[in-house]
Design a binder for this molecule. Structure first.
Ligand SMILES: [Zn+2]
Length: 310
């Protein structure tokens, strides 16, 4: 057992009363992915209900799986960055928090004309989140909230205000790869565009979350970007054991972070195992050595997110 075990990717804030009892509807990850279309009324109501605090459920799952700390962020719903900070304040010894500079925009994507203003607001929210709320970086970033471009040079220009602000604080950001359950252009799920940004902002740690989510072509893109940029890291959410092994061998376990995507929906998944255990099992299947597990389970996150765990 490593000295610490840090869950670096979980969505705590945004849970609602409807998500409290989904055990009969979500047994597998596939059930969770299909939930929005299988139960559209429940889903629609869940995201407009007032958020509730499910810290106790997360802590219980962490304790059952030897997870000592969690880096929490918002989920889809009506939560906000102040609520993330409040949850961290209530559990200072266990939680750290990431901010989101946007709302998940599943219903209506912003238009191109709206974006300059949204980028400016995002920069201000990053500043406020770090300086006033004590949050330590940006959570799962939804590229389509701030760009409609597909050329990496143009995407970089669109994201400049956001990354200029992150660079001031040397604060990390999680960028999605592959698919999400939300509506958006899948094209941003291929992380090849991140290369331009990572090269331009070497002081900003970028976590390519899910490392392509098990898809070969997206994984190859992620590895390519990581090989070219020392400031690019991966988390292991929903990836495959062989991809973890290849990543350890190519870029090293000191660039890989444990996380499970625990949220008010995935917390119900129990086949083949619960969220935390399923991702620990992946490390075992990848043949990670004790030293590699020390890095993946806490040391890399400790360094990328500057947690100062000794
Ligand atoms: Zn996530």
């Amino acid at each position: 057992m490593p000295k610490y075990r840090i869950e670096a990717h979980c969505h705590l804030i945004g849970a609602s009363p409807i998500s409290e009892n989904l055990g009969d509807k979500i047994r597998t990850l596939a059930d969770k992915v299909a939930f929005r279309t299988r139960y559209p009324d429940l889903y629609a109501e869940r995201i407009i209900q007032p958020p509730i605090d499910i810290s106790d459920a997360l802590l219980a799952d962490m304790d059952a799986n030897g997870v000592t700390h969690a880096i929490i962020q918002q989920d889809y719903g009506l939560g906000d960055n102040d609520m993330v900070a409040a949850a961290v304040a209530r559990h200072k010894d266990r939680f750290f928090g990431l901010l989101l500079p946007h709302k998940y925009t599943a219903r209506r994507m912003p238009t191109r004309d709206e974006m300059p203003k949204l980028r400016q607001l995002a920069s201000e929210e990053i500043k406020r989140g770090i300086e006033d709320l004590g949050l330590i970086g940006v959570g799962e970033f939804f590229a389509r909230a701030f760009t409609t471009e597909v050329n990496p040079d143009n995407i970089l220009e669109d994201f400049r205000p956001i990354f200029d602000t992150l660079a001031q604080y040397k604060a990390p950001i999680l960028i999605q790869t592959a698919w999400t359950q939300f509506k958006h252009n899948l094209i941003y799920g291929n992380p090849i565009w991140v290369d331009e940004i990572a090269g331009e902002y070497p002081q900003v740690p970028i976590v390519l979350t899910k490392m392509g989510r098990g898809f070969e072509s997206l994984f190859d893109s992620a590895v390519l970007v990581a090989m070219r940029n020392e400031n690019v890291y991966f988390d292991i959410v929903d990836t495959r054991a062989d991809h973890i092994r290849r990543t350890i061998d190519i870029i090293g376990s000191d660039r890989i972070i444990y996380g499970s995507d625990w949220c008010c929906m995935t917390r119900w998944v129990r086949e083949p195992a619960g969220c935390h255990q399923r991702h620990l099992d992946l490390l075992t299947q990848a043949g990670a050595t004790p030293e590699e597990r020390e890095n993946i389970e806490w040391r890399t996150a400790n360094s990328v997110f500057r947690l100062n765990l000794k």
